[in-house]
Unconditional design. Structure first.
Length: 286
């Protein structure tokens, strides 16, 4: 009987300790870090907990342009780093532009990842000054997320920018509206940008003028048009009850009405029953 009581007390104590343990863990920056789906992940050589922010893109404003920063969910591969020398420099807004903040950052020299678990590689942070000390640590790619030294390891959300024709691509890691870290390849022709991106919860398509183009929108990031969707042909506009409101739809995201589609050739079938609304009257999809 005593043994059963001890076991019961142990289980009860563990149940009480688990919530307290979760409160001490950092938030996972990616849900991909939770391989078994138990709510806990592994990032930067430490446990983390999956929260509602693990899939949420941060929001920043470029104070130099006044425009929102176009962040993408980086999907890095080992080839983006292996054999490359990466420079990262902090920039801070001085009231007019983002200028270099502090001393020059280190030069990161990446060695290949090992072919066996845990698939780590060495990266050396070469000190920018003669009296500095080079530091060698490890790096790896975990489900498309870079894990290693430097601000590139702080978040999977980055901005890919074009610097010039000679140095085409670089990556910005935004920390606040006032500051970001610019990372580039020391060899300009290679550039530095994630070879892929996870866009499952980001829609860069702008359907503001879609009514003028038969429901088609524009993706400024990809530089191409966005096809009209079946359930939401004009961005987030819902035309399910358009026949009751003279062709006008409703955008639940912005809380505004959507103007009728002007082209009679654009038959919108919101509920998938084969019948739709073309902005003037009901129509049948052939």
């Amino acid at each position: 009987m005593v043994g059963f009581r001890i076991i019961a007390l142990f289980i009860f104590g563990f149940m009480l300790a688990k919530p307290a343990l979760s409160q001490t863990l950092s938030t996972c920056i990616s849900i991909a870090s939770d391989a078994d789906g138990d709510g806990y992940g592994w990032e930067n050589d430490a446990s983390c907990i999956i929260t509602s922010t693990s899939l949420t893109s941060p929001s920043f404003t470029n104070l130099e342009t006044g425009e929102p920063v176009n962040l993408v969910r980086a999907q890095w591969s080992s080839s983006d780093f292996t054999g490359n020398q990466i420079t990262c420099q902090a920039r801070r807004f001085d009231g007019v532009s983002y200028s270099r903040s502090g001393a020059y950052g280190p030069l990161y020299v990446f060695q290949p990842l090992s072919q066996t678990a845990p698939y780590n590689g060495n990266v050396t942070a070469v000190a920018p000054t003669l009296d500095g000390t080079d530091i060698t640590s490890s790096w790896t790619i975990n489900n498309g997320i870079y894990v290693g030294p430097g601000d590139l390891g702080l978040t999977p959300w980055v901005e890919v920018v074009t610097l010039s024709s000679a140095n085409p691509l670089a990556t910005r890691v935004w920390l606040t509206d006032q500051s970001y870290t610019l990372c580039a390849n020391l060899e300009p022709s290679k550039g530095l940008a994630p070879s892929g991106s996870l866009q499952s919860n980001i829609d860069n398509c702008d359907y503001t003028n879609a009514a003028q183009y038969n429901g088609w929108g524009w993706d400024a990031i990809a530089g191409e048009s966005c096809a009209p969707g079946n359930s939401s042909p004009l961005g987030n506009c819902d035309y399910t009850n358009a026949a009751q409101f003279d062709g006008w739809g409703w955008n639940a995201v912005t809380g505004q009405s959507c103007e009728p589609v002007t082209s009679a050739s654009q038959c919108i079938d919101s509920d998938g029953d084969g019948w739709g609304w073309d902005g003037t009257e009901s129509c049948r999809l052939d």
